[in-house]
Design a protein around this ligand. Structure first.
Ligand code: BV8
Length: 243
């Protein structure tokens, strides 16, 4: 029996963005008709916006939460392929998502880091208790833990706020053999710099995206097309099921 060793670093690190959920019916952010075409991020995705007009920010996230929980949105073949990869290469794969939807979770992705938080969770700004939250939030909603009304907010990382698990992410990027970015425009920091962290540490970097992104030149290999076609194919390659 081999001696138990500290949990090895993942050999394959995957960063996903809104593009992986596009074929499940969720809008991306920066494409024509995307989320930031319909509302200014400064009005809904910053702490200042929430202080200025909490009702408007709640309505923005309540609408996205309702879409995620009304049964119309399900994980797609790209989500299920990544979950299979992590199962079959147990302990060797880490998925980091910028997305706040729960499609990776529903596909069974484990381990999974939601670096920008989760739409289906709420946090109380008074007692800091966080919990699953599938319904509406308003400025009147009382915190179930401390009873204070109006202190609950979506448990997501807004612009200007610290992303989650950054230390753990950087450690994984510096130790992995393969870094894959799926469905991200590389427009948001620090996620957009992850390819440079991985590449400088010697990882092979692969971009899987509908079209070239701002970061494409930093990748050794770039595959452009829909995630539901390219990700299952790439996973089969990684599992040695195809050349
Ligand atoms: C931070 C949660 C310090 C909310 C999000 C001034 C003040 C303060 C900070 C800054 C500043 N100026 C710049 C910054 C940094 C800022 C930033 O990057 N701003 C940008 C706009 C310039 N970043 C931050 O504030 C971050 N915090 O910096 O703290 C720090 C720094 C380092 C270390 C520690 C701390 C916090 C950023 C998090 C903001 N929250 N979301 C919500 O969702 O409502 S970001 C938001 O953008 C989403 O999370 C989204 O996922 C993310 C990135 O976008 P993408 O996922 O890439 O989506 P996008 O639409 O852009 O692209 C989709 C891609 O998919 C496209 O390329 C498309 O071609 C492709 N695609 C489409 N269809 C398909 C497809 N691909 C495959 N198949 C398909 N079918």
């Amino acid at each position: 029996m081999a001696p138990m060793t500290a949990k090895a670093s993942p050999r394959i690190v995957v960063l996903t963005g809104a593009g992986i959920s596009r074929e499940s019916g969720l809008a991306t952010f920066r494409e024509p008709g995307g989320v930031w075409d319909r509302v200014n991020l400064e009005d809904v995705a910053t702490p200042e916006a929430f202080r200025r007009d909490p009702d408007f920010v709640h309505s923005f996230y309540n609408a996205r939460r309702a879409q995620l929980t009304d049964g119309s949105v399900r994980p797609n073949a790209a989500h299920t392929a990544l979950a299979r990869l992590a199962r079959e290469r147990h302990g060797e794969v880490l998925v980091i998502t910028q997305n706040i939807d729960d499609l990776h979770d529903r596909a069974g992705q484990d381990p999974l880091i939601h670096m920008h938080g989760e739409l289906l969770r709420a946090i109380c700004t008074a007692c800091r208790e966080r919990r699953a939250w599938h319904g509406e939030l308003t400025t009147e909603t009382p915190c179930p833990a401390c009873g204070t009304a109006g202190t609950l907010r979506p448990d997501v990382v807004w612009f200007g706020e610290m992303p989650l698990d950054v230390e753990r992410i950087l450690a994984a990027l510096h130790a992995c053999e393969t870094f894959v970015a799926v469905g991200t425009s590389a427009a948001v920091q620090p996620a957009a710099s992850f390819v440079h962290e991985a590449r400088s540490a010697g990882a092979r970097c692969v971009e899987v995206n509908l079209e070239p992104s701002e970061a494409t030149p930093a990748f050794h290999d770039a595959r452009h097309g829909p995630a539901t076609e390219l990700v299952p194919t790439f996973v089969a390659e990684l599992l040695g099921e195809r050349g």
